[in-house]
Design a protein around this ligand. Structure first.
Ligand SMILES: Cc1ncc(COP(=O)(O)O)c(C=O)c1O
Length: 400
């Protein structure tokens, strides 16, 4: 069965027809619980009684927990992956990937990244003797040619944050593996989720998520996740996770497990709302340029249609004025909240140069197009007419 909206928009990748069944069933069996709970309980116990020394399914909550375990199984199934691992945050998941490296290794990352990822590679990784190169990945061959003999990690984010560029993940994966078979390729798939993009099927070794965003979708949890197929990488990541302690709480696991039951429904609606906002802004007289991969004016529109099966609700735009107008616009919004983060039911608006990307060096920010008139929206699940009206009145108010 083909998803009608997806087909009408021209996507070449199909929506997984079993996606909703997986979110509702994988890892959820009632038989695993003492009371045959139809809804998985929250297992808060930090330790577990053993049948005889070292004979037990769960031993200690840092190593493994039933509430976490079932969520990891479920998330893995959404990427058709063998393994899932959940962490205390998206950056915790990134930290765990970096523990796979050793002093002297080199990281090749795309230049347009979530500010916190950029900050980690730039300011934390060098303390442990890890060197990073940040590069535009528009030309996959040029990007891969920056690999060095000691490049052990390639970090991709597509679409990027906040300018929503799209990279040819398939080509980058193919070329980089040809050059160095053992390089680990990670794709940060936070913006699209497994519903709209399958990192492992595009050639990445690890799909990475800030589950804080669309996966949880209700702005009440901070969590990270990885999915992957490789046994050895999985064992090393699990070992390192237990050794560093970057684990999520069972309560947060319960909340994310509950939230992903509606992930496909929410993403369909997010896509609709995001596209409506992008089209509205593109036609507005005070807007210079809208960045949304679903607009034919976007330079990577065709690539998005080839690699994905839907759009997120992230929309960035440049208005025609300056910093004061940016601030006035943000402070005049009523339905959109002036706030960091993204991918939740509530519509959020921010100015990357002062907020999410303030830690990126100024010269790089301007090279990336992170200017004083760039606004990033995370379009929520409110009704479209109300969202458009709110944007319209704030655009008017910013000029007064
Ligand atoms: C694309 C992306 N990756 C990673 C992160 C970090 O995730 P967390 O805030 O859960 O640590 C974020 C947070 O905004 C993000 O937007």
């Amino acid at each position: 069965m083909t998803h009608p909206e997806n087909r009408a928009l021209g996507f070449q990748k199909k929506i997984d027809p079993n996606f909703g069944t997986k979110t509702c069933t994988v890892g959820q069996a009632a038989e695993q619980w003492g009371y045959m709970d139809a809804v998985p309980p929250i297992c808060v116990s930090s330790t577990f009684k053993q049948i005889e020394p070292n004979v037990t399914k769960f031993m200690y909550g840092r190593e493994g927990n039933p509430s976490r375990n079932l969520l990891e199984q479920c998330l893995a199934s959404l990427d058709n992956a063998k393994y899932g691992i959940c962490f205390a945050s998206g950056l915790g998941a990134l930290t765990s990937v970096v523990t796979l490296l050793k002093t002297g290794d080199h990281i090749l990352a795309v230049d347009d990244l979530y500010g916190g990822t950029n900050r980690f590679f730039r300011n934390i990784a060098p303390r442990y003797g890890l060197e990073s190169t940040f590069l535009n990945a528009e030309d996959p061959e040029k990007f891969v040619s920056a690999m060095k003999p000691n490049t052990k990690l390639i970090w991709l984010e597509s679409p990027t944050n906040p300018t929503l560029r799209v990279w040819d993940v398939e080509m980058i994966s193919k070329l980089s593996k040809k050059k160095q078979k053992d390089v680990i390729i990670v794709l940060d798939n936070t913006f699209l989720t497994s519903y709209f993009q399958r990192p492992l099927e595009l050639g990445a070794d690890i799909a990475m998520y800030s589950a804080t965003k669309y996966l949880n979708g209700h702005a009440d949890v901070i969590m990270g996740a990885l999915t992957l197929n490789d046994d050895e990488l999985f064992n090393r990541l699990k070992y390192n996770q237990n050794s560093t302690g970057i684990i999520p709480s069972p309560i947060d696991c319960f909340l994310v497990n509950r939230s992903i039951k509606t992930l496909h429904l929410r993403m369909d609606e997010h896509m609709r709302n995001g596209l409506a906002v992008a089209k509205y802004l593109e036609a507005h007289q005070d807007i210079e340029k809208v960045l949304h991969p679903g607009l034919p004016s976007h330079p990577h529109h065709k690539l998005a249609l080839r690699q994905w099966s839907g759009y997120s609700s992230m929309v960035s735009f440049y208005h025609k004025y300056g910093l004061n107008e940016s601030k006035k616009f943000l402070q005049s919004l009523n339905i959109f909240s002036l706030a960091e983060s993204l991918g939740c039911h509530k519509s959020l608006a921010e100015i990357p140069i002062l907020m999410t990307h303030a830690s990126v060096p100024a010269n790089e920010r301007s090279e990336l197009g992170i200017m004083e008139n760039l606004i990033r929206l995370s379009v929520g699940l409110e009704s479209i007419p109300d969202l458009l009206e709110d944007l319209g009145q704030a655009l008017k108010a910013m000029k007064i």
